[in-house]
Ligand binder design. Structure first.
Ligand code: URA
Length: 231
């Protein structure tokens, strides 16, 4: 996070007053005066203003590009977890807002704000999730209507909600769901006698995975992205 934004968030100063404090040399980072308002802070940096350590008390919102083989869990005896990928940030009470399977890649959101993650995951709010999937068998164009009409999943009394399917090639699709049942994408294709061979989450609501994040990398969400998911 930028130093000016951090100072303003943590102290309640306006952004322009925070600029004044930084430019006049009243702020140190790891013991050294920093006068650059856009100075990029690293997770463990210690910021001091007027001889007081400045801690962010606000909520945290993070997007991560999950690689294959990593689990969306807080602890796992065998596999690396998404929290392990965050390093020390992962020890600060964050949780996953909408899990992915171990072999699914792409956008994972993490936060310590329970209300915010509830809006993303609760079926009541219908927050959409967009996936790109590769299939074992070629699809007929008629599957688009089948997904729009809802699919009967094994062991479920009700059909899935209408889903938007875009055929990118006979074996590649983009699928947008407004719900998140257990293994939903894989189960929807299995119900049609097909099999998902690769699955990647591209988007949650209006927030897309930042293309500059390599697998395993993460960044803080912007204020606009946080707000877009609560709108
Ligand atoms: N649907 C699945 O089947 N797996 C995921 O990881 C996400 C959605």
């Amino acid at each position: 996070m930028r130093l000016d934004k951090y100072l303003a968030h943590a102290t309640g100063l306006t952004r322009s007053r925070a600029h004044g404090m930084i430019r006049s040399g009243q702020v140190t980072v790891n013991g050294a005066v920093v006068k650059i308002i856009g100075h990029k802070l690293k997770p463990d940096d210690e910021v001091v203003w007027r001889e007081q350590s400045v801690e962010l008390s606000g909520k945290r919102y993070i997007m991560l590009n999950k690689p294959e083989g990593v689990v969306c869990a807080t602890h796992d005896a065998v596999h690396k977890t998404v929290l392990d990928l965050l390093g020390d940030e992962g020890k600060k009470g964050l949780h996953v807002a909408g899990r992915l399977d171990i072999d699914t890649t792409g956008l994972v959101l993490l936060t310590d704000d329970g209300d915010w993650s509830h809006r993303i995951t609760s079926p009541k709010h219908g927050c959409s999730k967009t996936y790109r999937a590769s299939l074992a068998e070629a699809l007929a164009p008629s599957v688009v209507e089948q997904f729009a009409a809802g699919i009967e999943l094994r062991g479920e009394a009700k059909k899935t909600r209408p889903a938007r399917l875009e055929l990118l090639s006979p074996t590649e699709v983009r699928l947008t769901l407004d719900e998140g049942k257990y293994h939903q994408v894989k189960r929807m294709f299995a119900a049609l006698g097909n099999r998902v061979v690769a699955l990647h989450r591209e988007r949650i609501g209006s927030v897309a995975l930042d293309e500059s994040l390599l697998p395993g990398q993460w960044r803080e969400l912007s204020d606009e992205e946080v707000a877009a998911l609560t709108a």
